[in-house]
Design a binder for this molecule. Sequence first.
Ligand SMILES: Nc1ncnc2c1ncn2[C@@H]1O[C@H](COP(=O)(O)OP(=O)(O)OP(=O)(O)O)[C@@H](O)[C@H]1O
Ligand SMILES: [Mg+2]
Length: 258
Amino acid sequence: MPDQARVPSVFITGTDTEIGKTAVTCALLRDYAAQGVAAAGMKPVAAGAEQTDDGWRNDDALALQAASRPGLAYADINPWCLPLPVAPEFAARDMGVQLTREPVAVAHRRLSLGAERVLVEGAGGWRLPLSSDEEMPDWVARFRWPVVLVVGMRLGCLNHALLTAESIRLRAPLLGWIANVLPPVQRRLDDNLAALQQRMPAPCLGILGCGQHRLSTTLLDNALIRFAPDSPDRIQSAADSMERTLPETRRGTRPESI
Ligand SMILES: Nc1ncnc2c1ncn2[C@@H]1O[C@H](COP(=O)(O)OP(=O)(O)OP(=O)(O)O)[C@@H](O)[C@H]1O
Ligand SMILES: [Mg+2]
């Protein structure tokens, strides 16, 4: 069983809602599964759920559960499941509940017990209000999760990516960013990618192509090693063996090609 305190967790945020946080997180989880790495996805706060025989269920959390290592309890993947598909602060207020960090801490601890990585998907964009006096970045800072920013590649993404990166770095370490090529593929995609490569204050950790479902975790793991050099040997050896098996053009800092 991995040492809970040392299980690397990453918070995955995005330039906006509906820009591919779930698509990217699931793609990374599938790659971990393919490498034999036990990884768990988590959606601490979800707004918009359906009543099922098993209780309220949110689509993102179900997708993360399906891409995670088997056997995880839904309640651990998604401790706050709010039925109304509106901003979580309002969905919680309508239900008469206050979104607190403790259930998330308990669920994250349980997921960590059986996992070598935990990928935590945010909700909406980075500065998501949770209550009148708390935002998601407050929780991320308290949990000391490093952050990966998913950039939804569409018109306006340069401004959204740069602003979000600037804001993240006020509260948490930014491991890097992942470009998600949304449909319809934007004009001048290559120019936009080059502009981000040049201006973003952290490295590109991958590009999820339009309609694609797999993303290599190699660059993410390399970034985790740089962030926490005392992380478990398993990350280092997994990264080394992946590096050895990668074709020449995919080694080093080049993101996965689209
Ligand atoms: N690379 C891609 N290629 C094709 N479709 C994509 C891609 N990425 C995302 N999509 C589609 O875009 C929509 C939004 O993606 P997704 O649900 O992953 O966004 P999100 O940021 O997680 O949204 P939310 O804020 O609701 O959590 C989905 O219908 C998804 O299938
Ligand atoms: Mg999502």
